[in-house]
Design a protein around this ligand. Structure first.
Ligand code: IPD
Ligand code: CA
Ligand code: CA
Length: 268
């Protein structure tokens, strides 16, 4: 939590004077705040645990092996941050022998600190939190996100959005996956799905959802694979319905994507 607060201070300091760079493609941004807050988080962790391994979004994985590993997204919601849209956070998880034990997601702007320890429940600013009791998809508010290959695979991702938007009370796309997850944990939303997330997007948030008595799996219901996470996180009650909708939408999503590629090739 000390590391998360250090990152949060940098987010607030940097928010008013943002320098934006680009990573692999024109929509994947990186700001000074990403780099600085990552350095601050790693410094705090290394001061206490110099031998632990690190997996961090901007600097990658440490080369040495350790039973202990920290998984860090120093700034989740960079596109929001770069535009001054108030939805971003830092996400830090601690893993022991491949199993996440602690997770913290801190939204410095709203002063909301979500925290969970395996087996000890989840908390928001120290108070216990629980997922919603919404019983069915029809009564649900859902959230999703689109990965950075969304331009190339837009038809595919939009097929799922289309299926859900006709079945639920509302669908949101807020742009910070770690916050989407902890919003499931607090019951602000009932379910969240997203393709192609990375371990640093989900490691902390997934534990926080589970500890708030929610359910987190791959989209087909199998145990979550954090690397290449096609994640489904819900209050538990709407989980099976969401799996069904996703499975039902897949063939059409594949068909639309292939069709789009054919059209693009034909016009190239
Ligand atoms: C992104 C956000 C966004 C999600 C993307 C992520 P970043 O993380 O969580 O909501 O849709 O897939 O990559 O790049 O802002 O740390
Ligand atoms: Ca992220
Ligand atoms: Ca990030």
């Amino acid at each position: 939590m000390r590391a998360a607060r250090a990152a949060g201070r940098i987010h607030l300091k940097r928010l008013s004077r943002i320098t934006v760079g680009r990573k692999s493609n024109s929509i994947d941004l990186v700001t000074e705040a990403d780099r600085e807050s990552e350095a601050a988080v790693i410094e705090v962790i290394h001061r206490s645990f110099p031998t632990h391994a690190i997996l961090a979004e901007e600097s990658g994985a440490s080369t040495h092996q350790s039973d202990h590993r920290w998984i860090i997204d120093p700034l989740d919601g960079t596109t929001n941050f770069a535009h001054g849209y108030p939805q971003f956070c830092v996400s830090i998880a601690y893993e022991l022998r491949g199993r996440v034990q602690l997770g913290v997601v801190f939204d410095a702007l709203k002063k909301e600190c979500f925290f969970a320890q395996r087996g000890k429940g989840a908390r928001l600013n120290g108070k216990p939190i629980r997922v919603s009791t919404t019983p069915s998809l029809g009564a649900s508010l859902l959230c999703t996100g689109f990965p950075y290959d969304r331009r190339e695979r837009r038809r595919y991702y939009l097929s799922f959005w289309e299926e859900f938007m006709t079945r639920v009370q509302g669908v949101r796309r807020t742009g910070a996956a770690a916050l989407d997850l902890v919003y499931v944990a607090t019951g602000r939303i009932d379910g969240f799905w997203e393709f192609g997330l990375k371990a640093w997007d989900v490691a902390a948030g997934a534990l926080i959802v589970e500890e708030a008595r929610g359910l987190v799996t791959n989209m087909d219901g199998t145990p979550l694979d954090m690397n290449g996470a096609n994640i489904l996180a819900t209050n538990g009650r709407v989980h099976d319905e969401m799996i069904e909708v996703i499975a039902g939408a897949r063939p059409e999503a594949d068909r639309r994507h292939s069709e789009m590629l054919r059209q693009e090739q034909a016009s190239a």
